[in-house]
Design a protein around this ligand. Sequence first.
Ligand code: UT7
Length: 325
Amino acid sequence: MKMIRSLIAGVGAYLPERVVTNHELEQRVDTSDQWIIERSGIRQRHIADDRQLTSDLAIAAARKALAAAGLSGDDLDLIVLATATPDNTFPSTATRVQAALGMTRGAAFDLQAVCSGFIYALSVADNFIKTGQARCALVIGAETFSRILDWTDRTTCVLFGDGAGAVVLRAEEGRGEVSDRGILSTHIHSDGRYYDLLKVDGGPSSGKQVGHLRMEGREVFRHAVVNLAEVVGEVLSTNGLSAQDIDWVVPHQANKRIIDGTARKLRLSSERVVVTVERHANTSAASVPLALAEAVGDGRIKPGQLVVLEAMGGGFTWGAALVRM
Ligand code: UT7
């Protein structure tokens, strides 16, 4: 039987130059460096300059991922861009990226699952490849959350940052046995009963301007650890693995305490968990590919290793993927 698998051919990331420290935020709202570090693990975040749009961040990350794969925009037949902060209501940010990369065929579209967006986008692109509808796909997570933060609300504005990450997927085809590398499984979930716990209070159909991020942090925290541990458990049982078989976990970077709590629940050593939250803060859909690109780039994640990616966000949405690099 013919089998197709999506191989990760390249990863790339981009962070805006401007770094905003917790001390800088102490000047804006009633907070402290100590509170932010103790409650979230965050020390700084990158913030896009006024002229930089989500598409600019996405294009920079995409170019690096394509270069790492030794490919160009010409080779792509699909772009799936996960974002909750598109440049405009429409057209999709993905089509702007498509044009910038010189890709004139195939399809490009946005996908919205907030912080789980990259896992959702990876799952969608993987299914396009497995069904033969695409052979070379670019999956991007890109956000400018700084634009939707209420900079007077200390309970949210200290937690987020801007950035983008991207991966290039390439189809590998075989009869019977295919290589054991590539995306081995993806798992996505949502539960809309929790819609109001993490949302932006505005948008095109609400009749209000874009709005600001609002979050019931404590409630989101409680669900995050449970849902993430559950979905990683699902990855392990689907693939007949135990936590000890996993070389690396690349979690969504929302809060160091959520990352540690999930690892503890799964009995995973913290040495095998990639953590960037202290420098990037929560970059929503960009956080997983940013962390992946960093750990691949510095040689921690090596070819052939088994990696679990996981995320949870507004909706609620959550999901995970198992990849052999
Ligand atoms: O990407 C997925 C979505 N996001 C998440 O996963 C985030 C999930 N939630 C969290 O990470 C945590 O709940 C937070 C970091 C948001 C908050 O940590 P917490 O330990 O749950 O704190 P809390 O909300 O229970 O607040 C504790 C206290 C409150 O004061 P009182 O009511 O005890 O007097 C807050 O008003 O801390 C206060 N507080 C602050 N103090 C200083 C809230 N924000 C701040 C702040 N600086 N920035």
